[in-house]
Structure formats: C-alpha cells, structure tokens
Design a protein around this ligand. Structure first.
Ligand code: ATP
Ligand code: MG
Length: 464
C-alpha cells in the first residue's frame, strides 16, 4: 500500500467519522474504520456510510461517545453494535467480535467479543470487505483485499466452502459484490458457491430479498443471469424454468433466460443506468410465467397466452415473500401485467395505456408510463432482429406520450372537468353506482378524443 493512497484515505475520511474514532482512542481503546467505506474509498468512491470497529465493549463505547457529546443509539447491542450520530450522520460502531458455530446454518449461535482486530477481520465475508483503516496507522489488510480489489476479484476470506456453509447468504452476497464491483469470482470461491447455493432455501426470505434487490440495484443483473444463474434460481426458484426454455417462436431468437438477461441490460441502456427498482424487478420477472403458459399450435409454433397475467401473480407472490417494499412490488406487478399491452403512437392509445396503469397501480400512471415504454423497448430489441422496428415505433410513442402529458392528458375520472354532483344534477340520477358508470362513459369519450375536457362541453354532453 503506498503512502499516497493512505494519505488520500486519511484526507477523505469524513470529519464526523473521525470524531468517533478519535473519541474512542482518546479514552484508551482502539478503533478502525472498516468494511464498505474502506473498499469504496480505495476505489475512489468515498461516499459510503462509515462503519467503525473497536476494542471497546459496547457499554464502554456508548459511555465514551456520550461523554464526548455524541448522540448514541443502542441499535444492536446483542452483537456489540451501537449507532453514533454525529452532525446528523450515523456511524455504526461495533465491538471486535467473531461468530460462534452456525448450527442452523443461518445465525451464529453466539457472538464472542475479541481483543484483536485481525480476528474481527477474519470473520468477514470477502477479502475486499475485510480491510480496516486508521488515519495514522494506515491500512490493515491481512487477506490481500487491496490487491483483489485492484484486480476486481471476489475471494472468500479463509476456506470458501466453510464460509458459505456457515452462512449461505454469502453466496448471494458474492454475486452482489461481483456485480457491484464489475469483478470476477475467484475459482475456488466460485466452486464453493455453486456447491452451497441450494442452502439458500434455509435463509430468511427478507435477507434474500435485500440481496436480490441489491443485485438489481447494481444495474448488472444481466451478468448475474448469464454467469451465476444457479445462484439466482436458488434465491428465487420461480426463475429456474427460464433456463434453456426454447420459445419455438419466430419472434424469439433466444431462450427465456437469455432474453431476460437482454431485457435487464436493455432497461439500463435505455435509462442511462437510471432504471427504477420497479423497472428492474419487472425486467427480471416479465416473462417468468412463460414456461408455465406455453402451448404449441398445429404448425409447431409456441404461444404464451396469459403469461402477463400469470407473471403479475408470480411477481406479487415473489416480491411479497421477499419483503420488497409494497410500493416497488405494486409498480413492478403493474409493469409485468401490461408489458404486452398493445399500444400505438396515437394520443388515444397513450391515454388508454395511462388508464390501464392507473387501474393496475393507482396514482403511479404518469411515472410508470415511461418505465413501461422502456420495458417494451428493451423487450423488443431482445427478441429477434425482425422485432427491432417496433423499438423505433416506441420512440414515436414516447414523443406522443410526452406531448399528451404536457397538454394535460385525461385518464382518471378525477381529471374530468365535471364531477359526480354534475351528473346527479344534469342527468337526474340517484347518488350511487349509476353516477360512476356515467362518469366512466364520459371519461372514455374524452380519452377517445371525441370530446374536449371542457366543462361547458361536458355539461352539454350530460344534458343531451
Ligand atoms: P453495502 O454498501 O452493500 O452496504 P457493505 O460492505 O457496507 O456494502 P454490508 O452488508 O453493509 O456491506 O456489511 C458491512 C460489512 O460487514 C461488510 O463489508 C462485511 O465486512 C461484513 N459482513 C456483512 N454481512 C456479512 C456476512 N453475511 N458474512 C460475513 N461478513 C459480513
Ligand atoms: Mg453497508
């Protein structure tokens, strides 16, 4: 490690984190910055949260920091963790520890506090995550994490098989960090990871959900699908039938898995890497129900009737099980449900799409409309070369959609320039479901462009 790099890290370490380290050391303890901040700062990305590891027992950490005027929350004291808040920034501060036996292969039976920071580093998952930094003492890197980081290699700390057997979640974490760092997985680590992937079914669903969401957030799910599919299929068994599933369709040059990988890459490409999590989940799962919905016609061609609806049900089931936030899951479900919805580059067609999205995911239609077009565009270019022309049509649709939204497009009953009271007064209908039916009819007429959304025009229509 060159002094230059250590000096740079020392300069970049945020003052709020330094305050925690300094307070602990002034009281005679040892403290290091550890994990994600060190890894990302070495890569020239110093924005990561700072975690601190210290020789002080948590009660002592809390006492010392409070005496130094720092706010402390006892967030995970069973594992030796307290969270210091300095200038509004949280610093997780944990006592050096190792984990005991993992008899259930999920949770360590106990954590044991230790006095040597090297022992604490040794219990961490990958070499790139097992480095500690101190502004005066420099980088502590007993497992060659800096070298692996530079070479973009994910390597287990210690014996890979044993490390994955202790906690199978690490299998999925390896894939997440490989995606995140654009890294390869070291061969022995890779071999152990494949052997242990089936153990993921023992892991708490929400931990799997967090790591899967993290893999998608890297924008490199396509890589994971192509290179680590057995791991993803162990995390989400519904994905498994996609591999090798021949679509027997002139519209598809690839199996469902490769098609899905292309769609995942496509949504990143079309959004400049800024796809929403809902769009990423939708890309991953949009064709998940194809194998189950497959049928063959007399000419030997494959069809997938009902796969968007069946897929939407699978999305709700999978994302619910993995405890993905409801807002993201509902939006992803709507995108999958409508990914084959037929649209054209006309204003009425765009309004109908908005209305369908509104029904599938109330209140989100405007935002989801662009995501749906990006999904459809990615889907089109990921099929067969003959589908490319549709991607060009989608550009025209995007322009029409923009113009429609700018012109105050109407797609909800609430957007109409008249309301229920007008219907009751002008039509003489009783309050009740009849009012809603009249408004729905009126909305359809306006959306089709047969009437402007103009109060006088709508009142005249009601009187007529
Ligand atoms: P991210 O930005 O993704 O949060 P991170 O490095 O902070 O990256 P975390 O999952 O927050 O990752 O974990 C913090 C640190 O704790 C890791 O860098 C790693 O050293 C250690 N760690 C976390 N989970 C495990 C695990 N399951 N097994 C071993 N070590 C782990
Ligand atoms: Mg973290």
């Amino acid at each position: 490690m060159s002094c230059d790099i250590e000096e740079r890290l020392a300069r970049e370490l945020p003052a709020y984190a330094l305050r925690v380290v300094d307070a602990l050391e002034a009281a005679g303890h040892e403290a290091w910055v550890v994990g994600g901040w060190v890894r990302d700062a070495l890569l020239g990305r110093p924005g990561h949260d700072v975690d601190v590891t210290t020789s002080a027992p948590w009660q002592e950490t809390a006492r010392v920091l409070r005496a130094a005027g720092v706010e402390v929350h006892e967030t995970g004291t069973a594992h030796g963790t307290v969270t210091a808040v300095v200038d509004g920034r949280p610093v997780e501060t944990t006592t050096y520890r190792v984990e005991g036996a993992y008899s259930d292969r999920r949770h360590p039976d106990e954590v044991r506090f230790v006095t040597d920071v090297r022992e604490d580093l040794a219990r961490r998952d990958f070499t790139v995550n097992a480095m500690a930094f101190h502004p005066q003492r420099g980088l502590l890197d007993p497992f060659g994490g800096e070298k692996d980081l530079a070479a973009r290699v994910i390597r287990a700390v210690g014996e890979p098989r044993r490390r994955f057997e202790e906690d199978a979640l690490r299998v999925l974490r390896a894939v997440r960090f490989a995606c995140r760092l654009d890294a390869a997985i070291e061969p022995a680590t890779q071999e152990a990871l494949l052997a242990c992937a089936p153990e993921l079914d023992q892991i708490a669903r929400e931990r799997i959900g967090q790591e899967m969401d993290g893999i998608l957030a890297t924008g490199r799910a396509a890589w994971a699908l192509r290179h680590e599919f057995p791991v993803l299929a162990a995390a989400i068994p519904e994905l498994a039938p996609m591999a090798g599933f021949d679509q027997k369709s002139p519209y598809h040059a690839h199996d469902v898995l490769e098609h899905t990988a292309r769609v995942c890459a496509g949504v990143e490409e079309f959004t400049g890497g800024g796809a929403s999590q809902a769009l990423r989940w939708a890309a991953l799962l949009h064709d998940v129900a194809k194998p189950a919905c497959w049928s063959e016609d007399v000419s030997g061609r494959g069809h997938f009737f009902g796969h968007p609806e069946a897929g939407a049900r699978t999305v709700a089931a999978v994302m619910g099980r993995l405890a993905i936030p409801g807002e993201v899951a509902r939006a992803a479900r709507a995108l999958v449900l409508l990914h084959d919805f037929e649209i054209r580059a006309t204003a009425p067609s765009m309004r109908r799409m908005l209305a369908e999205l509104e029904r599938a995911c109330p209140g989100q239609a405007r935002r989801l409309a662009f995501a749906l077009l990006d999904l459809k565009r990615s889907d089109a270019v990921a099929k067969a070369p003959r589908c490319m022309g549709y991607a060009v049509e989608l550009d025209a649709m995007t322009r029409v959609l923009r113009a429609e939204l700018a012109a105050g497009a109407v797609w909800r009953v609430g957007d109409l320039a008249v309301g229920g009271a007008d219907v009751i007064r002008e039509r003489g209908v009783e309050p009740g479901p009849g009012v809603g039916m009249v408004l729905a009819q009126l909305l359809a007429t306006v959306m089709d462009g047969e009437l402007p959304n103009d109060r006088d025009a709508l009142l005249a229509w009601l009187r007529w």
